[in-house]
Design a binder for this molecule. Structure first.
Ligand code: ATP
Ligand code: LTN
Length: 342
């Protein structure tokens, strides 16, 4: 069997989100919504990357609960488990195995350049080794499925580029075993900013600070309140802008644009007669409430049948393992690890 026979015939998509509390509007607009829209065009694998969550301190009970909830949220957002393989990373052993094989092939200098590592490590007193090598585990997540496309928000582009570099280096040394993937970044919604600070990206790690993020499970009342509190500027002009001073208004308009799918001029026109930023905030809140209400309702329903959720995860893990084990086998053979005769 040639190693390249592990490549799929149809274009394959792989992506994942960490099961840390507070899945927010940025995760939805930057990643999940795109996965849902394209699910019928491709072969899809979406995982809950629980092993990645361990790079930061987690409460074990909360991690377990968040993992199941994130699978439920994937389905509530519109991913169909009959069409997509939905699974939990730690249920597929090949991730860790391939992670080690690739760690041995990754120069330390490449990891030291990762901006997310620099940001996150600065915020911690003691930095775990996992935080440094985490992009190699992410490379393993992608490469063991021979994924063609990795749909992510802007902040993950650097990690997908690293994945490409690791795959190319591996292939140069050991032959064409790994498919070199492409990042797919949405044109709108790739970088939603915090409502409390429009210069910092909306993030789960800051989701506990009030008014920072809109969670997918927030009630209409909470969503309206969060938008009403959003930081803007002391002017009154409602237009898209690159000026950091107008980042708050730009972020609100970008959210409106991403949800409604309207062109920039049309979005600005919708608020042309607005009396100050109050009207803008309410207008944006209304479209977000309408978009998230069905997700919140479906989520509650799905969480009512935990047995069905476990079945989705079980089936997903089996399908994912079957693909991943083949690639890891090909990697091991190429690297010279001794294989026992069957
Ligand atoms: P953390 O703060 O814990 O790093 P996060 O909010 O960045 O979490 P992740 O699990 O790291 O969430 O990201 C899941 C997906 O959502 C990734 O594809 C990421 O690029 C995307 N994403 C995260 N934040 C945003 C954002 N503010 N705007 C657009 N996309 C985002
Ligand atoms: N590193 C990503 C999550 C992630 C991922 C992946 C995304 C882990 N493995 C594979 C796409 C493909 C993050 O923190 N957002």
């Amino acid at each position: 069997m040639s190693p390249t026979s592990t490549f799929p015939a149809k274009r394959r998509v792989l992506s994942g989100i960490q099961p840390t509390a507070g899945i927010h509007l940025g995760n939805y607009l930057g990643a999940i919504r795109r996965w849902v829209e394209r699910q019928h065009e491709k072969e899809n694998l979406f995982c809950v990357v629980d092993l990645h969550a361990l790079t930061m301190p987690q409460d074990p009970a909360a991690l377990r609960a968040n993992t199941q909830e994130l699978i439920a949220l994937y389905i509530a957002c519109g991913l169909d488990p009959e069409v997509c393989t939905l699974f939990v990373q730690s249920h597929v052993r090949a991730h860790v195995e391939a992670g080690w094989l690739l760690t041995c092939e990754t120069p330390l200098g490449w990891l030291n350049k990762m901006t997310q590592f620099k940001d996150k490590s600065q915020k911690q007193e003691s930095v775990g080794t996992g935080l440094l090598v985490y992009p190699v585990l992410m490379a393993a997540d992608i490469l063991i499925y021979s994924a063609d496309e990795v749909p992510v928000g802007e902040d993950q582009k650097q990690h997908v580029e690293l994945t490409r570099n690791i795959a190319e280096k591996f292939n140069r040394r050991f032959g064409e075993v790994l498919k070199v993937p492409q990042p797919v970044i949405p044109e709108v919604g790739a970088r939603i900013m915090g409502l409390d600070n429009p210069l910092a990206k909306m993030s789960k790690s800051s989701a506990s600070s009030p008014g920072h993020a809109i969670l997918l499970t927030d009630t209409p009342d909470t969503i309206m309140k969060s938008f009403k509190r959003a930081v803007t500027d002391s002017g009154g002009e409602i237009r898209f802008s690159d000026d950091p001073a107008k980042a708050g208004v730009d972020n609100l308009l970008s959210i409106y644009k991403a949800i409604t799918g309207k062109a920039k001029e049309e979005c600005e026109r919708d608020f042309a007669g607005a009396r100050g930023y109050g009207d803008l905030k309410v207008g944006v809140a209304e479209v977000v409430i309408a978009a998230l209400a069905p997700i919140r309702e479906r989520f509650a329903q799905i969480m009512g049948d935990r047995g069905a959720l476990d079945a989705v995860m079980q089936r997903g893990a089996e399908k994912a393992s079957a693909i991943a084990d083949r690639t890891v086998g090909a990697m091991k053979d190429a690297m010279g690890l001794y294989r026992l005769p069957l």
